[in-house]
Design a protein around this ligand. Structure first.
Ligand code: ZN
Length: 298
């Protein structure tokens, strides 16, 4: 199996925990089974989980946003990556999306949960609304959006971009915790880092699209290209420029609403992880069936 190409896994010491740690430096991660669920989201979402280990995974696509923090939730091993980096240093268009997904798969992850802050394109969904979209529209440009650049075309199906099982567990988990989510909807991903103009926002809304964000693509398609389950859990932090009069969305507002909801979003994630079946009974593992994949997956 190839080359997780010099995957360099340096055992690090999370917050002074076990100094012995697992030192995987130089190990070939192919077939590693350190975690089965991956969470790509803000650092506030996992700071209450006991970190078992922290590993830096080098991938053919460079380093992920940060070292992976491995923790345990309800008997499942979970690998966390802060999407924007530990110091929030990566703007949406510079996030190492390919490295993040590759790194997760290389430690054994097959199910990915992707919480993110989004704007609302409808007055029906105010700040604090939780949504589990079922469609995505790509309005980004210039982002690396495939692992299969060479060796022939690999056309993965993407008609339904999210894992149906992951989505149903996400909806159920939020309902159980009294935070009834919007259980479908279309998330449009814009290039950013600027917010939309009013005209753009009105145009998106007129298409029937309901949510807007900057990070959900190419994350979703890269997960599909690695035959991973991928589920977006979207927290509405603002209403987009076209929805209401006023100054439009500000970064401070986004951060404030996200911070206010971090704890309950974390609770929802924990509940999803508790429920998510380990055996995958969904189309995601078959995303590459019958395709001639020119590279070996980790
Ligand atoms: Zn799936």
């Amino acid at each position: 199996m190839a080359d997780v190409a010099g995957a360099d896994v340096a055992g690090a010491d999370p917050a002074g925990a076990d100094p012995a740690g697992v030192d995987l430096a130089g190990a070939d991660l192919a077939g590693a089974d350190l975690a089965s669920i991956g969470v790509i989201g803000g650092s506030g979402l996992y700071k209450f989980v006991d970190a078992i280990d922290e590993i830096l995974v080098e991938t053919p696509y460079g380093a992920p946003s940060a070292p992976l923090v491995i923790g345990e939730v309800a008997g499942r091993r979970v690998a966390f990556i802060p999407r924007h980096g530990r110091d929030h240093q990566f703007p949406p268009h510079r996030i190492p999306y390919r490295a993040n997904l590759w790194a997760l798969r290389s430690v054994g992850v097959r199910q990915v949960l992707a919480p993110s802050a989004v704007g609302s394109l409808t007055p029906d969904y105010g700040p604090g609304t939780l949504a589990v979209p079922d469609q995505v529209v790509d309005r980004t440009s210039g982002r690396a959006q495939t692992f299969y650049d060479e060796g022939g075309a690999v056309h993965v199906g993407f008609a339904d971009p999210y894992c149906p099982v992951g989505r149903s567990y996400a909806v159920a988990a939020a309902q159980e915790l009294g935070w009834a989510p919007v259980s479908s909807g279309t998330l449009v991903i814009i290039e950013g880092p600027r917010f939309s103009t009013r005209a753009e926002s009105l145009w998106y809304a007129a298409q029937g699209w309901t949510l807007i964000g900057m990070t959900g693509y190419p994350e979703a398609v890269l997960a599909r290209e690695l035959a991973l389950c991928y589920t977006t859990i979207a927290l509405v932090t603002d209403t987009d420029a076209g929805v209401e009069e006023g100054e439009g969305v500000t970064q401070a507002e986004v951060f404030r609403v996200f911070a206010e909801n971090t704890e309950r979003l974390r609770d929802v994630l924990m509940r999803i992880i508790e429920g998510l079946p380990e055996e995958r009974d969904c189309p995601c593992p078959h995303a590459l069936d019958g395709l001639n994949v020119p590279i070996a997956l980790p």
